[in-house]
Each structure stands twice: as C-alpha cells, then as structure tokens.
Write a protein that binds this ligand. Structure first.
Ligand code: SAM
Length: 246
C-alpha cells in the first residue's frame, strides 16, 4: 500500500485545497477551550495538511505507515523551510509515544484504511494515550453512502502532464470494503513511460459504530460534522468529521 503511488499522489490530489482544509481544522481547534500548540497527525501521507498546519506555527509530529509517503512529505517540509515537523514511520492502530499532545488528527480518510472496527478502536485508544487531559481528537471518514453512490464500481482515468493513470474501483459491499486497482504510467526524462500497478483497500464504517467506539473509550463532547461545516453529519454525507475531547 502506498509505495509507487507516493510518486503520483500529489498529482492526483491537486484539486484538493489543503490550505482550506487546514483552515477548517484550525477553526475546529479555535472552538476548543484549551490552547493547542502541538499536534500528532496519523496517516500524514505526503504531508499536505502537515505542512499547512506547520505554517500556522503548530508543532507537528506526523506519522504514516508508508515509508515512501514519508520520504515525499519530508522533502516537501524541507523545500518549504519548515523545521517544526518530526516524521515517524508507524501504524496508527499500535503507535505509542512518550510525549503527549494537545490534539491528534487523521485526515483525508486515512481511518478508512483500518481493516476492522477493532482496529479503529485501537487507533482511538492510541490517540487517547497520546492526548493530554482535555486534548482534542479530530478525524474524518468517507461514508458508506459515498462509497456506494459516488465511488461505486466506476473507473476513472487521469491524463496529466507526465502521467497517465487508470483508477478502477472494485467494491465488495457485502464484506464492507472497496479495492482500488491503480495502474499508472510516469514519463521519464528520456520520454519513455514506466508502468506501475498498485492495489489499495478501504473499509466502510457506519457513523454510529465509530460513535459507539468513542463512547466506549469515554471520549467527551463528541461532535460529528458534515465535512467543511459545523452542521450535524450523518451517513448520508460524503465525508464526516469526528471531533471529541479526551
Ligand atoms: C488517503 S491518504 C491521506 C494522506 C494525507 N492525510 C492527506 O490528507 O493527503 C491515507 C494515508 O494513510 C496512511 N495509512 C494507512 N493506514 C495507516 C495506518 N494503519 N497507520 C498510519 N498510516 C496509515 C497511508 O499510508 C496514506 O499515506
């Protein structure tokens, strides 16, 4: 997962406004009564949100399970002259660290890569251990209605400068997951194209099941937002954001 794909991740995500996404997280954090200075980010990927938050002067500790994604993230932080980020290779369902944080975040459906509700529970537990008292947890998921109605079994193609990608979706809704079969061709300096192929699997979770896990771990003041807003979110939205206090 996320090996060669790290080479093209940013090209495929170019329509996402990460500065706006970081602003939204910032507004959620501003609503929290305790000041937030340091943040632990799980599933940081190529560091797009990480760098935006670092520019806002937060101290970031960013974790990903893919070394290839971390290499890209680290280069990006260096290029942008950001010195307030530490990167770690790790799994959000078992990660432990001695330091504690004002906030833990996991963005852009990183949590949908966890393979069972028990793993989601383990991620919530690791986050709880890493949070200071009254620290804030923020994460989002793609909802099952997005997987069923928007992503489905469609095939997308991207024909970009230096890159051609075919993204084929193979859902297994009965088992609660969807596979993405990615084939991409990247143009080299000599004008020839190298072919790469990678499969990724994301899992469908119901909002109420994640809410139950948060309650079970005694998280407080749990809010569920329709992504990008402060309105109540539900399984009918494409993406929902969970915000909870330790
Ligand atoms: C869709 S990308 C999101 C990346 C980034 N948050 C963003 O906003 O662009 C999901 C990321 O989660 C990472 N990931 C998946 N499972 C993980 C796990 N168990 N622990 C840590 N990272 C994980 C993947 O390697 C990938 O970089």
């Amino acid at each position: 997962m996320y090996q060669d794909f790290s080479k093209i991740y940013d090209a495929l995500m170019q329509e996402i406004d990460y500065a706006q996404w970081a602003d939204y997280l910032f507004r959620i954090m501003l609503n929290h009564p305790k000041e937030i200075t340091n943040i632990l980010e799980f599933g940081c990927g190529t560091g797009n949100i990480t760098c935006e938050l670092a520019k806002k002067n937060f101290q970031l500790t960013a974790v990903d399970i893919s070394e290839d994604m971390l290499v890209v993230a680290d280069e990006k932080a260096t290029q942008q002259g950001l010195h307030n980020i530490s990167f770690f290779l790790g799994d959000m369902s078992s990660f432990q660290i001695e330091q504690t944080f004002d906030a833990v975040i996991a963005c852009c459906d990183a949590v949908n890569y966890l393979t069972s509700i028990e793993q989601v529970q383990a991620f919530l537990y690791c986050s709880q251990l890493a949070l200071k008292d009254r620290g804030l947890l923020i994460f989002d998921i793609n909802t099952s209605s997005k997987y069923k109605e928007k992503i489905g079994d469609h095939t997308f193609t991207y024909d970009l400068e230096d890159l051609f990608c075919s993204w084929q979706n193979n859902p297994n809704f009965k088992e609660g997951y969807i596979d993405y079969e990615l084939t991409f061709f990247v143009e080299g300096e000599d004008g020839r194209y190298d072919r790469y192929a990678e499969t990724q699997r994301q899992y469908l979770y119901k909002v109420e099941d994640i809410y139950r896990c948060l309650k079970h771990l005694d998280y407080k003041d749990i809010k569920i937002y329709n992504f990008g807003t402060f309105h109540q979110g539900s399984n009918h939205n494409d993406r929902v954001v969970f915000v909870a206090e330790k």
